[in-house]
Design a protein around this ligand. Structure first.
Ligand code: HMG
Ligand code: MG
Length: 295
């Protein structure tokens, strides 16, 4: 069966903007996040406290978090890889973070400068200190389906990394198809290999056009949280061939057709995507945005 309600975890301001050539001014980012909250989003991943040289697009994270107009009932998590990132987030009063691990050796090296095993030496003290400080922690695991250097990722390897992250005390594990190579049968098999599907979220990049099909497979397997980005922007600067995320509008269109509640206003989402596309100087890759926008 399918769930009656789905939580859309919006990653546009973080995954979307981290991969744009244009550096977006901090006040525009703040307005973007306000618009998303106004469209009904309850969770908006705002930015990353990573090394500013690694992701210059989000080097203004400290200032942006200071400028957020926090709407009651809306969560504004941020990415944090290490203790330095957590220091910065705590200084800004952040109350929810997301750590991001790799399921493969090569991507751990490229994205985190760590090995598959030593990434946990970085994450363990971060999660422990965050939880001690009353900060909720989500975990991502990237390259869950395949990796550009290593090929298909063995399911057992993803489960091993993922269960270890949940074991640290993370409230949710988001399964990342960083380069968009997954297909629905693989999604079902991966989710079934985990002990508790209700603790899982899915994070599909749409490189091969499989993101919606993969999402439907995940919902049927018991997942109720789906990551998506405004207008389908996004990607990862440390993974070649990573294109945009599943577009929020495409997701909402499908869910609405299935009678699944999201609390999101599709018209406002489309308006925000067209507004952002104009600022970024390129049209939204979302088919639903293209179909519904007036020009
Ligand atoms: P490192 O070079 O190993 O860092 O990078 P280090 O611990 O050796 O520290 C070196 C220097 O950097 C030190 O300064 C630190 O203080 C400083 P020094 O003492 O030499 O003056 N430093 C920092 N400064 C500010 N903020 C920090 C920070 N950390 C260290 N947080 C590190 C390790 C993790 C920092 C680096 O690899 C990094 O920033 N990586 C981030 C890469 C990234 O953001 N990738 C995109 C996000 S992941 C993604 O998109 C996938 C996802 O969407 C899911 C999916 O699609 O699958 C989540
Ligand atoms: Mg991503």
């Amino acid at each position: 069966g399918l769930p009656q309600q789905v939580t859309v975890y919006e990653v546009g301001p973080r995954d979307g903007l981290q991969n744009e050539a244009a550096v977006v001014p901090v006040e525009v980012k703040a307005e973007f996040i306000d618009r998303l909250a106004d469209a009904g989003h309850k969770v908006i991943e705002a930015t990353s406290f990573v090394h500013p040289k690694w992701v210059p697009q989000l080097a203004d994270a400290d200032e942006l978090v200071g400028r957020l107009h926090r709407k009651p009932g809306v969560r504004y998590p941020v990415l944090v890889p290490n203790q330095r990132g957590l220091d910065r987030a705590l200084e800004r009063g952040v109350d929810e973070i997301a750590i991001f691990a790799s399921a493969t050796e090569t991507f751990a090296a490229k994205n985190l400068n760590r090995s598959l095993d030593s990434q946990f030496d970085m994450f363990e003290p971060v999660v422990a200190r965050a939880l001690d400080s009353g900060v909720r922690v989500r975990a991502y695991v990237s390259m869950c389906f395949g990796d550009p250097w290593e090929g298909p990722t063995p399911i057992a390897q993803v489960v091993s990394v993922g269960e270890r992250l949940l074991g640290l005390g993370c409230y949710e594990l988001s399964l990342g198809d960083t380069i968009g190579v997954g297909t629905p049968g693989h999604v079902t098999a991966l989710i079934e290999a985990f002990r508790r599907p209700e603790r899982l979220a899915v994070h599909f990049h749409d490189t091969y056009g499989q993101a919606l099909g993969n999402t439907l497979a995940a919902l049927r397997a018991g997942v109720t949280t789906v990551d998506a980005s405004t207008g389908g922007i996004g990607g990862c600067p440390y993974a070649e061939s990573a294109t945009g995320n599943l577009a929020t509008e495409d997701l909402v269109w499908m869910l609405r057709g299935l009678g699944i509640e999201t609390g999101l206003d599709l018209g406002k989402l489309v308006d925000t995507s067209t507004w952002l596309a104009r600022l970024l100087g390129r049209p939204s890759p979302s088919r639903v945005v293209q179909a519904l926008s007036k020009g």
